[in-house]
Design a protein around this ligand. Sequence first.
Ligand code: 7PJ
Length: 258
Amino acid sequence: MGIINVTPDSFSDGGVNLHADDAVASALRMRDEGAAIVDVGGESTRPGSDAVSIDEELRRVLPVLERLAGEVPVSIDTAKADVARRALSLGAELVNDVTALRADPELVEVVAESGAYLCLMHMRGEPRTMQANPRYDDVASEVAAFLEQRLAFAVEHGIAEERICLDPGIGFGKTVEHNFELIARLDVLLALGRPVLVGFSRKSSLGRVLGDPRATTGPLSASLGAAVAAYERGATILRVHDVKEHVEALAVAAAVIP
Ligand code: 7PJ
């Protein structure tokens, strides 16, 4: 899954795809490099970020979605029912909601009626404050219990279980140690019986593990290490910025992993 942030302030690629022309070109390049889907988002959810209005989010993503329709499978990264509805009508196939259907009570119905795929992600707290001292007794079982509950909620509201993938939410209300433990213990999430998506690309925990305690991003080399480790532990969807390099690294990992 290639990442297209149509935002001025994303932590890792803020501004590069803010103009529709650039976002479309990036998405088509990612497709050509081997991405199975591109995840288009108009609201930054990095730590400390503020929400954007529906109008602003639509203004950012709709021109991009219009031009990607029929060109590449699209995921819409939004927590808003109105944005998802418009995106799905333009052909988006998956709704990536980092709030796991908690922010907008209408989103569950929009997804259920459309028959779209859905990604449910774990987040502790909200983006503005989530990195302030997150604590868990057992991060893997707490994240799994949350995702199990959100999966049940989605299914109760008419979304087919076969259409749902689960995501530990790397960096969303977690310390460096929590993020790595979640990958080490990915089997706890896989036990829920759904595909697992991991998004570690360029995240600050990678830079911190490499020795910079104030890192706000991580390098490509470290992103590739995290993606291969997650894949080896059973993740089947990797959300990444650098598609070509990840496709190559994962192709090699796939050649040695049964
Ligand atoms: C994630 C995400 C993630 C899912 C972001 C960034 C930070 N959606 N949206 N999983 N991270 N499903 O662009 O890397 O880890 S925002």
